[in-house]
Ligand binder design. Structure first.
Ligand code: ADP
Ligand code: MG
Length: 238
């Protein structure tokens, strides 16, 4: 589960075309990083996959099914934002439980999933606190926990670590990679940070002005960049 294909997907906002026709295949269990400068369309592309924006044309398939017209909740994906988007008045436990409550997951199953996510994310001792009583890294773990309990076929991360300081970012990167290994679920990770892309990805998608400049493993991009832009962005030797 977690195979996502984009077929001639485009997106315009009014007259402005942000994503020209774009084809992309994300395989089951892959860790794919979308990287590119600010404004190149990374978030838009992720939001199209999540269903938070409608495509202007083209088709999105998830696990073999046409998802183009599906509402976000029907797509079986979970998105994690940079801003965490936690409910400040709810405990960590309630924040994590919220999407399951909305989906009508039985209480005992909710508890099982919360305990399992909390153990995986080192949050067991913090379940009764509120987000305001947590560090930035812990808040981001709660946001990830809230995604895990939905048991999505893919996780979509939009610059999840950019509000954290540099030292914490390195630790969280490793945690997310561990999680990927353990869950073996597709992850799409958006960043403008080359180091993050090079260290985390199975496959990197380099974007410029909505166009895919190159798709490849970190090593492929480093050793055989297709053009100056990719070389410059990835930091290959000239
Ligand atoms: P990135 O995440 O790579 O920084 P975005 O996907 O946020 O880039 O934005 C890509 C382009 O689309 C930018 O030029 C941005 O101004 C434009 N854009 C994004 N969302 C909207 C919107 N809701 N309305 C109009 N333009 C938008
Ligand atoms: Mg963005």
């Amino acid at each position: 589960m977690g195979r996502i294909t984009l077929d001639k997907v485009t997106k315009s906002f009014g007259e402005v075309n942000v994503i020209p026709p774009l084809d992309l295949t994300i395989n089951d269990g892959e860790f794919v990083v979308f990287v590119g400068p600010s404004g190149c369309g990374k978030s838009t592309l992720l939001r199209l996959i999540a269903g938070l924006e409608d495509v202007t044309s083209g088709q999105i398939r998830i696990d073999g099914k046409d998802a183009t017209q599906q509402a976000p909740a029907q797509r079986g994906l979970a998105m994690v934002f940079q801003s965490y988007a936690l409910y400040p008045h709810m405990s960590v436990r309630k924040n994590i439980a919220f999407p399951m409550k909305m989906a009508g997951v039985p209480e005992d199953e909710q508890k099982r999933r919360i305990d399992s996510a909390a153990a995986a994310l080192n949050l067991t001792d913090y379940l009764d606190r509120r987000p305001g009583q947590l560090s930035g890294g812990q808040r981001q773990r709660v946001a990830i926990g809230r995604a895990i309990v939905r048991e999505p076929s893919a996780f979509l991360f939009d610059e999840p670590l950019s509000n954290l300081d540099a030292a914490l970012r390195v630790g969280m990167r490793l945690e997310i990679m561990e999680l990927h290994k353990r869950l073996a679920t597709t992850m799409i990770y958006v960043t403008h940070d080359q180091v993050e892309a090079m260290t985390m990805a199975d496959k990197i998608v380099v974007l410029r002005a909505g166009n895919i400049e190159q798709v490849g493993s970190p090593l492929e991009l480093y050793h055989t960049p297709r053009n100056e832009f990719v070389a410059g962005f990835i930091g290959s030797p000239k």
